[in-house]
Design a protein around this ligand. Structure first.
Ligand code: CTP
Length: 401
């Protein structure tokens, strides 16, 4: 039986040439035994008629915010309460921006505002509109609110352009919506992850940093997202692509990382601190490049301690779980246990960075997971598999304990 059987799906169609594909989507939802209602914006009705959608769904199509026919004249509230999931396909740049702003001046935006159901959005627009920084900013806002973005796909567009912006094919949208109902182990959880090194400037051209590549943190972000969580990644300078559907902020210094974490943290259920934060920074940032003075055989660099981001967060005693990493070159377990208790963490992931084959820049790792109650070793394997196992452990022993 389809995961969508007996689910209430509100399919919202906005104005764009891909609106004709929404008809196929209604048919696919119906054959999956879902109950489907269709909402169309004014723009959508220019591309496809409500009558077509009515014939396919077997239901009256909803088009007006202020409808005399709706019970108590509040059609948007009735629809918002009825649906298990709202699917907007195609979603135009205009509707995307209204959703990001939290407007409520038409039926679609009012329903989305009033609903607590899952929101799945399949954008479709010209490639330049999709790439535009304002659209991308809107997209980030919407992702942070927990909505799922499906696509867009790439290829030839109705206007003749080629690029990203085509609506994902209806059968692929159907798959994504079905997956939404297969719950991941961290489904709906909000997770903040730090990754990579930090850079502490000495003068305008030199800095202190470390060998962290960010691979472990990025791989964790991918896996946590695959388990249904909404993921935000704060990364130091790395050379890695952002995992799909993960929001990313780039920072350089430990201070910038700390400010970003503190700005965002209130919203999260879990904080994974995988960044190799520099413990020290030069006491004074030199305004100009330090010159190689021939009389000067030595240059003295005075360092100050950076504050401990993870410790500061656990001391806030927010309603969230904390996971730290312990990168050690000796006394792995003893040092890791000390950090677990000093930083008051729910879990510490200990790894031996003295072994180059599982160290900072390698693709493999071997880690020991330590909580206040237990210890588990994950033998040397790819960082991808290590991430899967860490996330499995977090879901079972940290979040759902
Ligand atoms: N950490 C942090 N802020 C710092 C230093 C570390 O948030 N200024 C976090 C790291 O992200 C990691 C954990 O604390 O999750 C432990 O980091 P690690 O470098 O292993 O240990 P330190 O606490 O810095 O102690 P030491 O360098 O003495 O081993």
């Amino acid at each position: 039986m389809s995961k969508l059987a007996n689910k209430n799906i509100l399919l919202c169609v906005t104005g764009g040439i891909a609106a004709y594909k929404a008809a196929e989507l209604v048919r696919l939802f119906k054959t999956s035994n879902a109950f489907v209602k269709v909402l169309m914006t004014k723009g959508a009705q220019e591309f496809i008629t409500p009558l077509t959608m009515q014939a396919l769904s077997g239901e009256k199509v909803h088009t007006d915010l202020l409808s005399k026919e709706a019970e108590a004249a509040m059609g948007h509230i009735e629809l918002a309460k009825w649906c298990d999931v709202i699917v907007i396909a195609p979603c135009s740049a205009n509707s995307l921006s209204k959703l990001a702003e939290g407007r409520g001046d038409d039926l679609l935006s009012a329903v989305c505002l009033a609903s607590e159901s899952e929101l799945c959005i399949a954008p479709a627009m010209n490639q330049a509109m999709w790439k535009d920084s304002r659209t991308q900013k809107n997209l980030k806002k919407i992702l942070r609110s927990g909505a799922k973005i499906i696509g867009p796909a790439s290829g030839e567009q109705a206007c003749g352009d080629v690029g990203e912006g085509r609506m994902t094919e209806p059968k692929d949208i159907l798959n994504e919506i079905e997956n939404k109902f297969k719950k991941g182990s961290l489904s709906g959880k909000k997770v903040l992850i730090t990754a990579g090194p930090t850079q502490e400037m000495i003068d305008p051209v030199r800095y202190i940093s470390n060998k962290s590549s960010g691979k472990m943190g990025f791989s964790l972000a991918e896996e946590v997202k695959n388990q249904g969580a909404i993921v935000t990644l704060i990364s130091g300078p790395v050379n890695l692509n952002t995992p799909d559907k993960v929001e990313r902020f780039d920072v350089k210094s430990a201070k910038e990382m700390q400010s970003k974490v503190e700005e965002l943290i209130e919203d999260f259920d879990l904080f994974i601190s995988a960044a190799a934060v520099a413990d020290f920074k030069p006491k004074k940032l030199q305004e100009n490049k330090i010159k190689k003075d021939s009389n000067n055989k030595k240059v003295k660099l005075v360092l100050n301690k950076n504050s401990d981001i993870l410790k500061a967060i656990s001391e806030k005693k927010l309603n969230l779980k904390t996971v730290g990493f312990a990168a050690e070159t000796e006394n792995l377990i003893t040092n890791a246990k000390r950090k677990l208790s000093d930083k008051n963490l729910d879990l510490i992931v200990a790894n031996d960075v003295s072994d180059e084959s599982i160290g900072f820049d390698s693709d493999e790792n071997e880690v020991t997971l330590i909580t206040k109650k237990e210890k588990k070793i994950i033998k040397k394997t790819s960082k991808k598999i290590i991430s899967k196992k860490i996330v499995e452990f977090i879901a079972q022993k940290v979040i759902n304990d």
